[in-house]
Design a binder for this molecule. Structure first.
Ligand SMILES: [Zn+2]
Length: 77
Protein backbone atom coordinates (compact mmCIF):
# COMPACT_ATOMS: atom_id res chain seq x y z
CA UNK A 1 0.00 0.00 0.00
CA UNK A 2 1.25 3.44 -0.91
CA UNK A 3 1.98 5.59 2.12
CA UNK A 4 -0.18 8.68 2.28
CA UNK A 5 1.40 11.97 3.22
CA UNK A 6 0.06 15.48 3.54
CA UNK A 7 2.42 18.44 3.14
CA UNK A 8 1.42 22.06 3.71
CA UNK A 9 3.60 25.14 3.47
CA UNK A 10 3.19 27.30 6.56
CA UNK A 11 3.17 31.07 6.30
CA UNK A 12 2.85 32.14 9.93
CA UNK A 13 6.48 31.62 10.94
CA UNK A 14 9.80 30.82 9.33
CA UNK A 15 12.58 28.43 10.30
CA UNK A 16 14.36 29.62 13.46
CA UNK A 17 17.64 28.32 12.09
CA UNK A 18 17.77 29.58 8.49
CA UNK A 19 14.65 31.74 7.96
CA UNK A 20 13.12 29.58 5.21
CA UNK A 21 9.39 28.79 5.06
CA UNK A 22 8.38 25.84 7.26
CA UNK A 23 6.22 22.93 6.19
CA UNK A 24 3.65 20.90 8.11
CA UNK A 25 3.75 17.22 7.22
CA UNK A 26 1.41 14.47 8.27
CA UNK A 27 2.47 10.90 7.56
CA UNK A 28 1.02 7.62 8.79
CA UNK A 29 2.41 7.94 12.33
CA UNK A 30 3.40 11.56 13.05
CA UNK A 31 2.71 15.24 12.42
CA UNK A 32 5.88 17.22 11.71
CA UNK A 33 6.86 20.85 11.38
CA UNK A 34 10.17 21.28 9.68
CA UNK A 35 12.42 23.07 7.24
CA UNK A 36 13.17 21.46 3.89
CA UNK A 37 16.23 23.68 3.43
CA UNK A 38 18.26 23.05 6.60
CA UNK A 39 16.53 19.95 7.99
CA UNK A 40 15.39 21.40 11.33
CA UNK A 41 12.25 19.60 12.52
CA UNK A 42 10.05 18.54 15.41
CA UNK A 43 7.31 15.96 15.34
CA UNK A 44 4.50 14.66 17.49
CA UNK A 45 3.13 11.13 17.57
CA UNK A 46 -0.44 10.91 16.31
CA UNK A 47 -1.34 8.73 19.31
CA UNK A 48 -0.36 11.66 21.55
CA UNK A 49 -2.60 13.95 19.50
CA UNK A 50 -5.45 11.45 19.71
CA UNK A 51 -5.18 11.48 23.51
CA UNK A 52 -5.18 15.30 23.54
CA UNK A 53 -8.31 15.59 21.42
CA UNK A 54 -10.24 12.69 22.95
CA UNK A 55 -13.78 13.83 23.66
CA UNK A 56 -13.31 17.21 22.01
CA UNK A 57 -15.88 18.17 19.35
CA UNK A 58 -13.33 20.16 17.36
CA UNK A 59 -9.78 19.44 16.25
CA UNK A 60 -7.42 21.93 17.93
CA UNK A 61 -5.17 22.78 14.96
CA UNK A 62 -3.94 26.03 16.46
CA UNK A 63 -2.89 24.41 19.72
CA UNK A 64 -1.10 21.59 17.97
CA UNK A 65 0.73 23.81 15.48
CA UNK A 66 1.64 26.38 18.14
CA UNK A 67 2.96 23.58 20.35
CA UNK A 68 5.15 22.31 17.53
CA UNK A 69 6.41 25.83 16.74
CA UNK A 70 7.28 26.33 20.40
CA UNK A 71 9.24 23.06 20.53
CA UNK A 72 11.04 23.88 17.26
CA UNK A 73 12.03 27.35 18.46
CA UNK A 74 13.29 25.95 21.77
CA UNK A 75 15.49 23.43 20.03
CA UNK A 76 16.84 25.61 17.21
CA UNK A 77 16.85 29.18 18.54
ZN1 LIG B 1 15.81 26.00 8.08
Amino acid sequence: MRQRELKIRLVTRNCPQCGSPLVLIEDSTHVWIGCEKCGAYVRIDKKTIAKKVAGSPVFPWVEIIEGLYEALYQIYQ
